[in-house]
Design a protein around this ligand. Structure first.
Ligand SMILES: N[C@@H](CCC(=O)N[C@@H](CS)C(=O)NCC(=O)O)C(=O)O
Length: 219
């Protein structure tokens, strides 16, 4: 059954699922919605009103980590380490990635400088925590894993932000710097977003009109 992914172009959580679909060469459909004005059919089927959703036949899956796990399980070989402890450790750090997305979001959407600076500091602290977990060049060494798919959208956005407003976010974390470079040149990662994501992301930040927009936007 061909899965259908329900997406919002800017969403880093959707992007995780697309990376897994691309890594595994799975045939899929993708449907974009506007989260500002979600269609009624989406509200009806999305339990949390959030993307991603993965429709497989009559079933609707939600939560990006769950979707990644499902795609991994039905399309072997697995992109998880086989050792149960290492696998659980990877899952824990997939979960941790979500907290970094929220720091990044709070930083760029901050209304005041104080909130922006404090979100930036929180992001730096969390990046330092992740640095200690990375084997290098990828999270588990040479082999691409689901946890890599979970972090790639974060590194893509960090690269955009550094271009518009250099902050050296990865300067103190050499393993993350190398990990980011390795991920951003993978075909699956490059193919996981719409062509104009960079512009869309910047426009989205600019439209928020707060301090984050003045720092990272194009106003
Ligand atoms: N924990 C969820 C987070 C998904 C999420 O926050 N998606 C955002 C877009 S990036 C969303 O749909 N937000 C709509 C809303 O909160 O109303 C996951 O991993 O799938």
């Amino acid at each position: 059954m061909k899965p259908e992914l329900i997406s919002f172009k800017l969403c880093p959580f959707v992007q995780r699922s697309v990376i897994v679909l691309e890594e595994k060469g799975i045939d899929y459909d993708i449907t974009y919605i506007n989260l500002k004005e979600p269609p009624q059919w989406f509200k009806t089927i999305s339990p949390l009103g959030k993307v991603p959703l993965l429709k497989v036949g009559n079933a609707v899956l939600f939560e990006s980590a769950v979707i990644m796990e499902y795609l991994d399980e039905v399309n072997p070989p697995s992109l998880h380490p086989t050792d149960p402890l290492r696998k659980a450790h990877n899952r824990a750090w997939v979960e941790f990635a979500s907290t970094l997305f929220f720091c990044q979001f709070n930083m760029v959407m901050a209304k005041e400088q104080e909130a922006c600076d404090s979100a930036e500091q929180e992001l730096r602290d969390k990046l330092t925590q992740v640095e200690q977990q990375v084997e290098g060049p990828l999270f588990n060494g040479e082999v691409f894993s689901l946890v890599d798919a979970a972090y790639a959208p974060l590194f893509m956005r960090i690269a955009f932000l550094e271009k518009w407003h250099p902050m050296g976010l990865l300067d103190q974390t050499p393993k993350l710097q190398r990990w980011s470079e390795a991920l951003l040149k993978r075909e699956s990662v490059k193919n996981s977003v719409v062509e104009d994501l960079e512009q869309l992301y910047r426009d989205h930040i600019s439209a928020s009109n707060g301090f984050g927009a003045s720092r990272f936007g194009n106003a």
